[in-house]
Write a protein that binds this ligand. Structure first.
Ligand code: DC
Length: 236
């Protein structure tokens, strides 16, 4: 039985197909996607999927097990052993919680290389689609509207100035008590954007049907309100 949206205008009709129940949010690192996606999902009363966390999990396992980051077939098998799941802000692989482990500087530095392999992406696409099989979902990442859920009715793309994205990352780190070098964060974000946008397999792009929101001067709540207003009004 398909769940129904609680928001007017976004209500799915039975038979419309599961992707009609998906909200996609794409954009570069630091554009606010993860936080916005979680809040939108809370307000809609539906599931949330952080697909960057999936690519980070493969990277974490590869680093821990000493798998070469160029060995695409071996990387693609890494998620075969344990079920992966997201519970709100927390991530699990089987019984192991990996929430903090997938956010280390080491994982962040290598995740673009891992996620560039078509074999890895092909392995993860069904995992992502399965999350939307029985429930409404807000899915965020780099290729949600272009590749994973191209028929999703509600598609958004968040962007923000590099400077602001670097500051946001620094603030997040400061909240966790970690020292942050804004210069270095800015350089790392620029490099990750370059790699994620220029790779051959599912590069970061604005989906054709997406509403683009520049979050540079907006608060998280303003972005969330804008997305919900667009969905309710039928503009998205
Ligand atoms: O959103 P994030 O920073 O946690 O994502 C980590 C990396 O994963 C990002 O640099 C590119 C990759 N990624 C991807 O290739 N496709 C997605 N749908 C999500 C993330």
């Amino acid at each position: 039985m398909i769940e129904r949206w609680s928001v007017a205008g976004a209500e799915a009709r039975v038979g419309e197909g599961v992707q009609g129940l998906v909200v996609t949010i794409d954009g570069p690192a630091g554009s606010g996607k993860s936080t916005v996606a979680r809040r939108v999902a809370e307000r809609l009363g539906c599931g949330v999927l952080d697909t960057g966390a999936l690519y980070r999990t493969v990277t974490l396992l590869a680093l821990e097990r000493g798998i070469a980051l160029s060995d695409a077939p071996a990387l693609a098998r890494l998620l075969d052993d344990f079920p992966w799941r997201q519970e709100g802000e927390r991530f699990f692989l089987g019984e192991r919680e990996i929430t903090d482990d997938i956010r280390t500087a080491d994982v962040t530095a290598h995740v673009s290389e891992v996620s560039a392999h078509p074999e890895v992406r092909a392995r993860l696409v069904p995992v992502q689609r399965a999350q939307a099989a029985h429930r409404a979902l807000v899915a965020e990442g780099r290729d949600m509207g272009t590749v994973v859920f191209p028929d999703a009715r509600h598609q958004f793309y968040l962007d923000a100035d590099l400077e602001v994205r670097a500051r946001r990352r620094a603030d997040e780190m400061a909240k966790k008590g970690a020292a942050a070098d804004v210069e270095k964060l800015r350089a790392d974000l620029r490099e990750r954007d370059r790699k994620d946008s220029s790779r051959a397999a599912s590069p970061l792009q604005v989906p054709e049907d997406a509403t683009v929101i520049d979050t540079t001067d907006l608060s998280i709540e303003e972005v969330v309100d804008r997305i919900l207003a667009d969905i309710e009004s039928g503009r998205q």
